[in-house]
Write a protein that binds this ligand. Structure first.
Ligand code: NAP
Ligand code: MG
Length: 403
């Protein structure tokens, strides 16, 4: 059998610890035997980031902007413990933060749904994709601990010196204050990323804020989404047979719990932080969440939602057998290869990605899985085989070959 060819390189960002081990296994067992892998390789492992003064992260983001599709392994975000562990020159920034800033993207997270790993919410039949706005609000706030009675004001001074001034509160004693902001530019690119992703995946889009209470701040989010939708997307949504739906955040939460799934839920920064953890844990496991960063210009970067699984890596270093779930990392690859295939009209690559995903799901549904899933599966215990990291990937390969 001849291997599938790729016209355009895929940007490959290698990473750290246990996920770096899985990365190599996935390539060797599941990709290289079937595809003439054409990747532009960047080693984002912490050692190499340190050697290059983090230039490699910037180079990989630039390559992503050039080629349009990337796949990324989980990476360590350094903290003080990592400074000494890796003898770092500096506490390098989170690669995801750097890449997100350069791509100006929105992150979409979706669970991989398999029979046997049931969501806690029994009516959720299809995945719910969460789109989180990743700029501003409480994450870029300014706070004051008010020590005593006094007057708090909100003041904006334009470049020409004109002022807008509002009284926030006349304090009678000690209290607290918080100032937040967002920009029209950032909200617009968030809206466009969401509308484009809905079209791309043929799913309805829900968006919610608290505009009845926040009549200027949250209302601006609602208005910008509405304007962009009417101007550039309404027609395309009608043609695609999908819907854009706006409601209040509390109504959205209540409806999500009763819904069947199969839609994208766009959230402001804080709502997205909270709701993505709720949705992912209710779907079963962090190791079954995929994540894709989509820029407003249509550049895609795929990854697993989990980290480098440090605890398992230390076991691996001690020579112990690990049982680390590679599903989200496999799906990061298939997501990226499918998108590359779609952009290059390479149907073989699209079909390969679909088939590898089906093989991965079928492996689990037939009872072969890693320990994290074996602990929570509803499949009859006698039918469950708990596999090591390597054996699970080999099981996926034999399922793939059997199709
Ligand atoms: P983590 O790697 O997500 O792992 C936390 C725990 O979740 C693991 O110890 C394991 O639980 C379970 N888990 C996560 N993924 C799993 C998988 N694929 N298979 C089986 N179990 C899995 O988070 P962390 O340990 O807090 O962070 C480790 C490093 O990852 C940090 O340096 C952090 O900076 C980095 N990180 C990177 C990204 C990214 O690149 N996108 C995201 C998050 C964190 P048990 O120990 O109970 O088995
Ligand atoms: Mg969170």
């Amino acid at each position: 059998m001849s291997k599938i060819k790729m016209q355009t390189p895929l940007v490959e960002m290698d990473g750290d610890e246990m996920t770096r081990i899985l990365w190599k296994m996935i390539k060797e067992e599941l990709l290289i035997p079937y595809i003439e892998l054409n990747t532009e390789y960047f080693d984002l492992g912490l050692e190499h980031r340190n050697e290059t003064n983090d230039q490699v992260t910037i180079d990989s983001a630039n390559a992503t902007l050039k080629y349009g599709v990337a796949v990324k392994c989980a990476t360590i975000t350094p903290n003080s413990a990592r400074m000494s562990e890796y003898d770092l020159k500096e506490m390098w920034k989170s690669p995801n933060g750097t890449i997100r800033a350069m791509l100006d993207g929105t992150v979409f997270r979706a669970p991989i749904v398999v029979k046997g790993i049931e969501p806690c919410v029994k009516n959720w039949e299809k995945p719910i994709t969460l789109a989180r706005h990743a700029y501003g609000d409480v994450y870029k706030n300014v706070e004051i601990k008010v020590p005593s009675a006094g007057k708090a004001e909100l003041v904006f001074t334009a470049e020409d010196g004109t002022e807008i001034r509002e009284t926030i509160h006349q304090f009678k004693g000690a209290g607290i204050l918080q100032g937040m902001h967002n920009t029209e530019e950032s909200i617009e690119s968030f809206a466009r990323a969401c509308f484009n992703y809905a079209l791309d995946t043929k799913q309805d889009l829900w968006f919610a804020t608290k505009d009845t209470i926040s009549k200027k701040y949250d209302h601006t989010f609602k208005d910008i989404f509405e304007e962009i939708y009417e101007k550039d997307f309404a027609e395309q949504f009608r043609t695609a047979g999908i819907e854009y739906f706006y409601t209040l955040i509390d109504d959205a939460v209540a409806r999500v719990m009763k819904a069947k799934g199969g839609f994208i839920w766009a959230c402001k920064n804080y709502d997205g932080d909270v709701m993505s953890d709720m949705v992912s844990s209710a779907f079963g496991s962090l190791a079954m969440m995929t994540s894709v960063l989509v820029s407003p210009s249509g550049v895609y970067e795929y990854e697993a939602a989990h980290g480098t699984v440090q605890r398992h890596f230390y076991q691996h270093l001690e020579g112990k057998t690990t049982s680390t779930n590679s599903v989200a990392t496999i799906f990061a690859w298939t997501g990226a290869l499918r998108k590359r295939g779609e952009l290059d009209a390479n149907q073989e690559l699209v079909d390969f990605s679909d088939k590898l995903e089906r093989a991965t799901i079928a492996t689990i549904e037939e009872g072969s899985m890693t320990k994290d899933l074996a602990l929570i599966t509803s499949i009859e215990k006698a039918k469950v085989k708990t596999l090591s990291s390597a054996d699970f990937i080999r099981a996926v390969r034999s399922k793939f070959d059997s199709f």
